[in-house]
Design a protein around this ligand. Structure first.
Ligand SMILES: Cc1ncc(COP(=O)(O)O)c(C=O)c1O
Length: 511
């Protein structure tokens, strides 16, 4: 560690070295640069680094402890106190320090505007303990097969560690690409391993597609409602989003056709199965019509295949990619919902000319996705552990979905409607005319239930009466209670519709 020390006497005398060390460390702690609980360097080590006597450092540490900035743990060392004396003030931006806001790219400004709205939502969404949360459409981590994954990971690192911890090919771990080619065949998608690019989750897929296909000012056609994080990415590359309304059977192809007569979007982004937020499935007829229209207008389709295996009841038709004779479809898949989102592991299937470009973009972005995790997931899948986990998790999600739909039917006031989710983790609920979600959320949270406001899933306005309920992470035993609380909050809002005003800055959810 470096601490600038003034060793010469200046003017009237010299500030003792221990005092200089103490002040320097105190400032680092105050500014949060030495975080609570962090261990300070051993006195011997710091003395060596600074070229001072060990007792000098020991004196500085004692002073820090006496003032409450640090704590000594006998036999373990000195640690930054968990709670420091004065609340750390953000350091004032001095006149000499560069003001970075003047240097931000347009892209960073677009991202910041979107993120700002999300943060505002995040504040509201931080529920009190005991709140039943239907927000955040993520898998239930209590169902994760962590032990089985740990065993596979241990074996992989033991057997292939040297190779997998080295720089790696950007396309991905070959056995995983081969496995995915076989996996996708089950859904009718025919892809060679080299047509598959391994990425850090679908999110990176959106980013690479946007980087490779979009120029500022381009149009992207998108189902409405749709997944906010995909919208954010396309917007951040300067694209304008053009909504195509969703029907019970999938996106409205006649609407898209009319749109294509007037405008030329670079591509269409859609989620044909397990749609987030509605849980709806695009019917086979709509899929066929869509592909016909897209082929006629030479419209590329970015298919978010997230996640066709999570369905309840009738199996969804195969992905658009499986029916794509004209080479129009880029398919993006992920292990996030069927396994662990924290792995950040997904894939893109695209025609050869495009996959090569996407791989170049990937190489620039992060060189490659962790080969260690790719190998672990490959071996996990090879041992059929994914299938076992999927079957178990799906049974549980199906129970939760059934319980939620049943609770909605019994406990919602008249006029409330919702989508009959057929796949994925959520459904979209719509409030009766005159009531708005933004006014409902605080009332619902006061009653101990929360959800994701629906406006986040709509493009520039719309969805003010809608909200997303995710059932995947709510235990069956809590769902009915959650619906009672929500029903009561809606009735309460209905009795005081004058309060049903929109709160500002309410937006994008996490997933
Ligand atoms: C529709 C949709 N696509 C993609 C993703 C992101 O997946 P990933 O974790 O692979 O980035 C999500 C996450 O919830 C999603 O809902």
């Amino acid at each position: 560690m470096r601490i600038p020390l003034e060793r010469r006497a200046v003017g009237g005398g010299r500030v003792p070295l221990s005092r200089q060390i103490q002040s320097h460390l105190e400032r680092l702690i105050r500014e949060g640069k030495l975080a609570p609980g962090v261990k300070l360097l051993a006195t011997r080590e710091l003395a060596h680094d600074l070229g001072v006597n060990r007792t000098t450092v020991a004196t500085a540490y004692e002073e820090l402890i006496a003032a409450g900035w640090a704590r000594a743990h006998v036999g373990q060392g000195t640690f930054v106190a968990e709670r420091v004396p004065a609340l750390a003030e953000p350091a004032p931006i001095s006149a000499q320090k560069l003001d970075w806001s003047g240097f931000l790219s347009k892209r960073a400004q677009v991202v910041a505007a979107d993120m700002h709205r999300r943060r505002a939502y995040g504040q509201l969404a931080r529920p009190a303990p005991g709140t039943i949360s239907f927000a955040g459409g993520m898998p239930d981590s209590t169902l994760f097969p962590t032990d089985a994954f740990r065993r596979v990971l241990n074996r992989v690192i033991t057997q292939e560690g040297r190779e997998l911890l080295q720089y790696y090919a950007p396309g991905g771990y070959p056995p995983l690409r081969r496995y995915l080619a076989g996996y996708l065949l089950r859904f009718g998608v025919e892809a060679r391993p080299e047509d598959i690019l391994i990425v850090n989750g679908s999110q990176q897929g959106f980013d690479l597609v946007a980087r490779t296909l979009l120029d500022p000012g381009d149009l992207v056609a998108i189902e409405q409602p749709s997944y906010p994080r995909a919208m954010q990415v396309f917007r951040s590359f300067g694209a304008a989003l053009v909504p195509v309304p969703l029907t019970e059977a999938g996106l409205s192809v006649p609407h898209l056709e009319r749109l294509l007569e007037r405008q030329t979007p670079k591509f269409l982004y859609c989620q044909p199965s397990a749609h987030n937020p509605t849980g709806l499935t695009m019917s086979l007829a709509v899929r066929q019509r869509l592909l016909e229209v897209a082929a006629r207008h030479r419209l590329p389709i970015v298919e978010d295949g997230f996640d066709g295996t999570l369905f309840y009841g009738a199996r969804p038709p195969g992905p658009l990619k499986a029916m794509d004779m004209a080479g129009l479809v880029v398919y993006i898949g992920t292990f996030s919902k069927i396994l662990f989102p924290g792995l950040r592991l997904g894939w893109i299937v695209a025609p050869p000319a495009l996959i090569e470009r996407l791989e170049m973009a990937k190489q620039l972005a992060d060189i490659h996705t962790s080969p260690l995790l790719q190998a672990a997931v490959y071996h996990f899948c090879e041992r059929r552990l994914l299938e076992r986990h999927q079957a178990r998790a799906l049974r549980e999600y199906a129970r939760r979905r059934e319980t939620l739909l049943d609770g909605l039917r019994r406990l919602m006031p008249p006029g409330v409607t919702w989508t009959e989710t057929a796949g994925g983790f959520s459904l979209l609920l719509t409030l009766p005319e005159g009531l708005e979600t933004a006014a409902l959320l605080p009332r619902a949270q006061a009653r101990g239930v929360t959800f994701t406001p629906g406006d986040a899933f709509f493009i520039d306005g719309g969805g003010e009466r809608s909200l997303r309920l995710s059932f995947s992470a709510v235990p069956v035993s809590q769902i009915d209670d959650g619906m009672k609380r929500l029903g009561d909050a809606i009735r309460d809002l209905g009795r005081h519709p004058d309060h049903a005003v929109r709160e500002p800055e309410l937006s994008v959810p996490l997933v």
